[in-house]
Write a protein of this length. Structure first.
Length: 530
């Protein structure tokens, strides 16, 4: 039995939902297939014992993309303020319009003998933020009805395009990894680490340093981050689109234009948008069903590429009033408990521990040391939305970048659960430095590793931003060429999301979802409806 659809979207993360929403808006029959039990991908949440937890994204950065997209689709999602705090040891500041100067003062207090280095770094951050502001400074024109607003076109968009072209030339000079880039301004490794540990390893400097501006752009959906994809899925269904969860695609015949689900259902599509893990697409296309030199070359490149950094997250339910967390961390905090820096540990030296005679003991010691030196993202949902925890209690989400390969090494030793217990215990002890009662007030704790992320999202290596910056990236990386990022070597198959463009995040996923939908609709011919 074969089901028919105009546009098949694989993956119900934000890229896939965006593509499907625009296909449905254009009046096309659209079907979304999602392997997980609910929509959202890395923008999802869950509840445990009355406490709400965001399982992926902790907040939403508008970046001139999210709000214009919602308005264009006619969707209303209520957003709440999401103040960001930076804490290093016992020093903290809340980022606001003067936050960068205060951040410089914080670093100077921590590294008084390197005050001139700090001043130089802060000036560079300001410069990069000004360059990147052209990307985020106006509503992205991709989501605007420019044809019916000539005043906007003349007075806003055209001047913006001139600045965009000029600044993108400057961005090309800012591709160096953040760790090496900061070394231009200081030779003090601990200072470099304290700044760079906020970001993924080898993150391009333009992307990393612009985040000090984006922190002020963070917002929080009322009801939790999962409210955003749920609203989009409801919109797709309201326009007679299908959103099918627990429905993974395991086979694609690009010549017959048929995709087969895990349950054996055949879906005949006119156009496909693949918004899931890209390795899964190349596995799904059976050998011999399609042959081309460009396909074989990309398949080889994708097969050898690695997923980007992953995270380890601890979820805590606390019998503590939210005000206690507000004083210690605020609603959304980036916390570095030590200024010693991860470079003193050596991020690749865990492999030496894995080769030791007592492998488990050596890796355990390495993890404890890592957890004491790393930087954490700490989120308290109830401090944004008072309905997200029982009265006078709070849930806490504590995450840090973590190696997929290290997690896999623990699994191979049969120690996956021991690793989770170790991380809960060590991280709880670290939080106690700021909140002494945290251990005695702990009601519930759980831990998600990179393997957990891989299991529930299907993302290679548990990646949360697509491809690793440390290898050859099989994706477009030039902002001026982002429209080409949705193309694949397969006829009538387009790609969208974190695997299609690098560096990626929520705004890029939404943009590529819209671009993929536009390309698919154009291939189908002029649609009825705007």
């Amino acid at each position: 039995m074969i089901e028919m659809t105009d546009i098949l979207v694989v993956g119900a993360g934000m890229a896939g939902l965006t593509a499907a929403a625009y296909a449905a808006k254009a009046g096309r029959a659209v079907t979304v297939c999602e392997r997980a039990a609910k929509v959202g991908g890395l923008v999802t949440d869950f509840s445990a014992q009355g406490f709400h937890f965001d399982a992926g994204l902790r907040a939403v950065e508008n970046s001139g993309v999210v709000q214009p997209m919602l308005r264009d689709l006619g969707l209303h999602v209520e957003f709440l303020p999401n103040p960001v705090t930076i804490r290093v040891q016992d020093r903290q500041l809340r980022l606001d319009h003067d936050g960068l100067a205060e951040y410089g003062a914080l670093l100077t207090g921590l590294f008084p003998h390197h005050a001139s280095d700090v001043r130089a770094i802060v000036r560079e951050i300001e410069r990069v933020m000004a360059i990147m502001d052209v990307l985020y400074g106006i509503d992205n024109p991709l989501f605007l009805d420019i044809k019916n607003d000539p005043a906007y076109l003349i007075h806003t968009l055209l001047p913006w395009l001139l600045r965009y072209r000029r600044n993108m030339r400057k961005v090309k000079k800012l591709q160096q990894p953040i760790e090496a880039y900061l070394a231009r301004f200081t030779n003090h490794q601990a200072l470099i680490d304290t700044i760079a540990q906020h970001f993924f390893r080898n993150t391009p400097s333009f992307f990393a340093l612009s985040y000090f501006g984006l922190y002020q752009d963070y917002q929080y959906p009322q009801g939790g981050t999962g409210a955003l994809p749920l609203a989009m899925a409801e919109s797709i269904r309201a326009k007679h689109g299908k959103v099918l969860c627990n429905t993974g695609i395991v086979k694609v015949d690009p010549v017959a234009r048929i995709a087969t689900t895990e349950a054996g259902v055949a879906l005949h599509y006119q156009e496909m948008v693949w918004a899931g893990d890209l390795k899964a697409l190349y596995r799904a296309v059976e050998e011999g069903s399609f042959r081309s030199q460009s396909w074989r070359a990309m398949a080889e490149k994708v097969a050898h590429a690695r997923g980007g950094d992953s995270v380890l997250t601890v979820f805590l339910s606390l019998d503590l009033p939210p005000a206690d967390v507000e004083r210690a961390f605020g609603a959304h905090c980036f916390y570095t408990p030590s200024t010693e820096g991860l470079s003193s540990l050596g991020l690749d030296r865990w492999q030496q521990a894995a080769d030791a005679t007592d492998r488990r003991a050596a890796m355990t010691a390495w993890v404890i040391r890592y957890l004491k030196l790393t930087t954490y993202e700490i989120s308290c949902p109830v401090l944004r939305d008072s309905t997200l925890a029982p009265q006078n209690q709070c849930g806490l989400i504590v995450s840090t970048l973590f190696s997929y390969d290290l997690t896999l090494a623990f699994k191979q030793c049969g120690e996956s659960e021991a690793l989770k217990s170790l991380c809960v215990e060590t991280i709880t002890d670290l939080l106690a430095a700021a909140m002494p009662t945290v251990r005695s007030k702990l009601l519930y704790a759980s831990c998600a590793t990179p393997l957990t992320l891989e299991k529930y999202t299907g993302n290679t290596d548990g990646a949360i931003t697509g491809w690793a910056f440390t290898g050859d990236i099989p994706a477009e990386a030039r902002f001026t060429k982002i429209a080409h990022s949705v193309r694949t070597p397969l006829p009538h198959v387009y790609q969208a999301g974190q695997w299609s463009f690098s560096p990626s995040g929520l705004p890029v996923s939404i943009i590529t979802g819209k671009l993929a939908a536009d390309t698919a609709l154009k291939s189908l011919g002029k649609s009825h409806g705007r």
